[in-house]
Design a binder for this molecule. Structure first.
Ligand code: ADP
Ligand code: MG
Length: 697
C-alpha cells in the first residue's frame, strides 16, 4: 500500500453528500470538519449551492481535493468513489454502510468497491466507517460526537461506536491521539496498512487498536515485526472464545482454535496483547511517555502495608521481579526510615511518612543500580500532601530517567495530583496490579524491540516423494492418511522407526524377524483414526506371537466396522518409551494465519492434558526451540526425577522440518505426529495422521 500521509494530512477535503439536513451523517461530518480543520472543505452535492456557507459543487471531480469523504447512499457510493478515482483523488473514506455487513447484495457492492479502489490505486478506508481523525491538522472527518485531543498515540478500531466511547473517556483523562481510524469493513486498507504507516510516522509513538479479526495473518506478522523494532503496538482482540469448533480429525485440529492462532500470531508479531480496554490504555500510556527500563527489577515504595503486599503479588504474576537493593541503599534506608518500617522491597516508609520521607526513599531507590523501575504506592494520610508528592515523583522520574508508575489510591482527593502526574506522562492507577501490568508491558516492549528474527532453516528434503504420497488421495472420497503415509515424514528427514506395512501374517513375521527384539503391530485403515481405541495397537509382540497378533488385529477392525477399508498391518520397531517422552507435533490450518504448528505432551491423552503451545509456520530454529521450553511439562524433557534429558535439539529440528513440509504443501490441511517419542539420543515419529486437500496439489 502506498504512502498514507496525505490521507491524514490533506490540504483539501471533499465531502460527497454534504448537507445541512438535521440529524444526517452528511451534516455531522461537515460540522466536525469545519470546526478545527487547518485546510479547505469542499461540500459536494448537486442539490445545493452552498453548505454552511461553503460553496458546494455538483461533482467530486470538480473539487481537486486530496481526500474525499463519501457519505452518499450505498447505491451511488461506488460511483462516487469511481469519480474520485477518475479525478485523481488518491484518498477516500467511505462512511456509507450497506456493504459486506448486510448480506449478498452488499457483499457484491463491496466487491465492486474493492475493484474500483484497485483500478485507481486508492487508499480507501471503510466502507461502514465512522471516519478518521488527525489532530496535527485539526481534522475530524467523523460523524461522532467527540473530537480527539492531540497526543502521540495512533488508534484504530474495528468498531466505530467504541471510538466514540473511548474519545469521550480519553478526553476526560487527558489522553490524546495523533491519528484515529475507524476501520469499518476493511475492504481495502486494513490493520496491517495502518501499522505500516504509523510505524514510520514521526508523531506516532505507540500504535493501539481494537480488532475483531485480522485479515492476512502472515502479512500482519511480517509488518508488525518490523514496526515493533521501534514502535510498540498494543491490541485488544475481541472474540476470544471459539464459536463452533470446526470438524477436525486430528488432535491438533481439535485443540487448535482461532484464539490459539491469534495468541501465537500476535506473539510472533511482537504485539502486546491487552485483555481489556483498561489494559490497553494502561499499558499504552506508559509506553507513550516513559523510557524503557534497564532491567526487570522493580522497587516499590509505599506508606501502606496492605497495598504493598498486593503489589508484590502482582509482581509475582508478571515477568518483573522485586529488586534487591545494594548495601549502600539499605544503609541509607536504615538511616532515613523509622525502625518500624521495612527497608527491603516493598519499602514500607510507614503511615506517618511525610513528603520529605517519601521523596528521600524514592530518590534512594531510583539511584540504586539494581533498580530498573519504581512504583510509588500510597494511601492518603493527614501528613502527606498528594500534590507535592506528585511533583516530587515527576521530578525524580526525570532526574533518574527510569520508568515510574504511580498508584495514589483514593477518589476526589487524588484528582489534582493525578493531573500533575498525567501531564508529565506518569499515569496514576487506582489498583497496584494495573500499575505493575503497565510497567510489565514496558519491559516486554524492551524485549520485543531487541528481538532478532531469524530466517527459517531450509532443509534438504525429497519434495517429489512427498508429493507422490500426498497424491495417493486423489480421486478418493476419504482424503485422510494414516501410518501408510509415514514415508512423507521420511521424505522430509523426520526419523521414523524401522518397519513396514504388510497384508499377510507370513509377511508380518518376515518383517518382525528383521527387526531386533520385540515389535509393535498396528492396524492400518483410513477408517480407524484412533487405533488404540479399538485395541488396534499391540506393543511388545514376540516373533512367535506375530501370526496371532495379525489375525487378532484384523478381527478387531472387522468387528469395529465390517466394511472398513483395511490396508494391512504395520509391523514396527519398539521405541524405548521407558527412557523417552511422548510428545506431539502437529499442524492445523487457520483461516487467517495459515499453518498453525502445535507442540505438546503427546500420547493417547493429548486432549485430556492439553499441555500445548502454538506458532504460525514457517518457524525459525529459535522459535521452534522456544516451543519446547514453553509447555508446562518442559521439565520432563530436561530429565525429571533422575531420568536422562531427552534430545531437545532433535525435537526442535522435527518441528522445523514439519514447518517446512506444511509450508511447502498447502494441500496438507491438518497433521499430527503423535507420538513423536523424544529419546535421550534422537526423536522418532511413531505415528502420523493427516488430511489432504487434493485440489491444492
Ligand atoms: P493411535 O494414536 O492411533 O492409537 P499409535 O501408533 O500412536 O496409535 O499408538 C498408540 C500408543 O502406543 C502410542 O502413544 C505409544 O504409547 C504406543 N506405541 C505405538 N507405537 C510404538 C512403538 N513403535 N514403540 C513403542 N510404543 C509405541
Ligand atoms: Mg497416535
Amino acid at each position: 500500500m502506498g504512502d498514507l500521509s496525505e490521507l491524514f494530512a490533506p490540504g483539501r477535503v471533499a465531502v460527497v453528500g454534504a448537507t445541512e439536513r438535521e440529524g444526517s451523517v452528511g451534516r455531522a461530518i461537515v460540522e466536525n470538519l469545519i470546526e478545527d480543520f487547518d485546510g479547505e472543505v469542499v461540500p459536494v452535492n448537486p442539490k445545493y449551492d452552498e453548505v454552511f456557507g461553503l460553496p458546494a459543487v455538483a461533482d467530486v471531480g470538480e473539487t481537486d481535493a486530496d481526500l474525499a469523504i463519501v457519505v452518499v447512499p450505498p447505491h451511488i457510493a461506488v460511483d462516487a468513489v469511481r469519480q474520485a478515482g477518475e479525478a485523481g483523488i488518491q484518498n477516500v473514506v467511505v462512511i456509507t454502510a450497506g456493504f459486506g455487513e448486510t448480506g449478498s447484495e452488499g457483499a457484491a457492492r463491496e466487491q465492486e468497491l474493492t475493484e474500483v479502489a484497485e483500478e485507481y490505486d486508492l487508499n480507501l478506508v471503510g466502507p461502514n466507517s465512522l471516519g478518521i481523525m488527525s489532530t496535527p491538522k485539526g481534522m475530524n472527518a467523523t460523524f461522532g460526537p467527540e473530537n480527539a485531543t492531540s497526543g502521540n498515540m495512533s488508534f484504530m478500531s474495528q468498531s466505530g461506536a467504541f471510538i466514540t466511547a473511548v474519545l469521550d473517556w480519553a478526553n476526560d483523562e487527558g489522553i490524546g491521539f495523533k491519528d484515529v481510524v475507524s476501520l469499518g469493513n476493511k475492504a481495502v486498507l486494513d490493520e496491517s496498512d495502518f501499522i505500516d504507516a504509523w510505524g514510520t510516522d514521526e508523531q506516532t509513538d505507540v500504535v493501539i487498536g481494537y480488532l475483531e479479526g485480522i485479515e492476512e495473518g502472515r502479512e500482519f506478522i511480517d509488518t508488525a515485526r518490523e514496526v515493533t523494532q521501534d514502535t510498540p503496538i498494543v491490541l485488544v482482540k475481541s472474540g476470544r472464545t471459539d464459536a463452533g469448533a470446526q470438524a477436525a480429525s486430528s488432535h491438533t485440529g481439535t485443540i487448535a482454535g482461532s484464539d490459539q492462532a491469534y495468541e501465537a500470531g500476535l506473539e510472533q508479531a511482537g504485539v502486546i496483547r491487552a485483555e481489556s480496554v483498561q489494559e490497553l490504555f494502561d499499558s499504552a500510556q506508559m509506553l507513550a511517555n516513559q523510557p524503557l527500563p534497564d532491567s526487570k527489577e522493580i522497587a516499590i515504595i509505599t506508606n501502606a502495608g496492605g497495598p504493598g503486599v498486593m503489589s508484590t503479588d502482582a509482581v509475582g504474576d508478571s515477568s518483573l521481579s522485586m529488586a534487591s537493593f545494594s548495601d549502600e541503599t539499605l544503609e541509607e534506608f536504615s538511616e532515613k526510615l523509622p525502625e518500624e518500617g521495612n527497608i527491603y522491597n516493598p519499602v514500607d516508609i510507614v503511615g506517618d511518612a511525610d513528603n520529605d520521607r517519601f521523596r528521600d526513599a524514592l530518590d534512594v531507590a531510583l539511584a540504586d543500580e539494581n533498580v530498573g523501575m519504581a512504583l510509588v504506592l500510597t494511601c492518603p494520610t493527614a501528613v502527606l500532601n498528594y500534590e507535592q508528592l506528585a511533583k516530587d515523583t515527576v521530578e525524580l522520574r526525570q532526574e533518574h530517567d527510569k520508568p515510574v508508575a504511580a498508584c495514589f489510591m483514593g477518589g476526589e482527593r487524588v484528582k489534582p495530583a493525578a493531573e500533575i502526574l498525567q501531564e508529565s506522562g506518569i499515569p496514576n492507577y487506582f489498583d497496584p496490579s494495573r500499575a505493575v501490568f503497565a510497567l510489565d508491558a514496558l519491559s516486554d516492549f524492551k524485549d520485543i524491540s531487541r528481538r532478532e528474527y531469524d530466517e527459517p532453516t531450509e532443509f534438504d528434503v525429497d519434495e517429489e516423494r512427498a508429493r507422490e504420497i500426498l497424491e495417493s488421495v486423489k480421486g478418493r472420497d476419504d482424503t485422510r492418511l494414516g501410518v501408510e503415509a509415514m514415508g512423507l515424514l521420511d521424505a522430509y528427514g523426520i526419523e521414523t522407526p524401522q518397519g513396514d506395512i504388510i497384508d499377510s501374517p507370513a509377511d508380518a513375521l518376515e518383517v518382525a524377524e528383521d527387526i531386533d527384539g520385540n515389535v509393535v503391530m498396528k492396524i492400518v485403515s483410513p477408517d480407524i483414526l484412533h487405533k488404540s481405541d479399538i485395541g488396534g495397537v499391540k506393543v511388545g509382540v514376540e516373533d512367535e506371537d506375530v501370526y496371532d497378533a495379525y489375525e487378532d488385529l484384523i478381527t478387531r477392525a472387522r468387528n469395529y466396522q465390517p466394511d472398513a477399508n483395511i490396508i494391512g498391518v504395520q509391523v514396527q520397531e519398539m521405541v524405548d518409551l521407558d527412557n523417552g517422552v511422548e510428545t506431539i507435533v502437529g499442524m492445523n490450518r487457520d483461516p487467517q494465519f495459515g499453518p498453525l504448528l502445535m507442540f505438546g505432551l503427546g500420547g493417547i491423552f493429548v486432549e485430556v492434558m492439553e499441555d500445548t503451545t502454538f506458532r504460525v509456520a514457517p518457524v525459525a530454529e529459535n522459535e521452534a526451540h522456544t516451543m519446547t521450553e514453553e509447555i508446562d511439562s518442559a521439565p520432563l524433557l530436561r530429565g525429571a526425577r533422575g531420568r536422562d534429558p531427552v534430545d531437545v535439539d532433535e525435537v526442535t529440528e522435527t518441528i522445523q522440518r514439519l514447518s517446512q513440509l506444511v509450508t511447502d504443501f498447502p494441500a496438507i490441511l491438518e497433521l499430527d505426529i503423535n507420538p513423536l517419542v523424544a529419546l535421550p539420543d534422537g526423536a522418532k515419529a511413531v505415528d502420523v495422521r493427516l488430511t489432504v486437500d487434493p485440489d491444492e496439489l
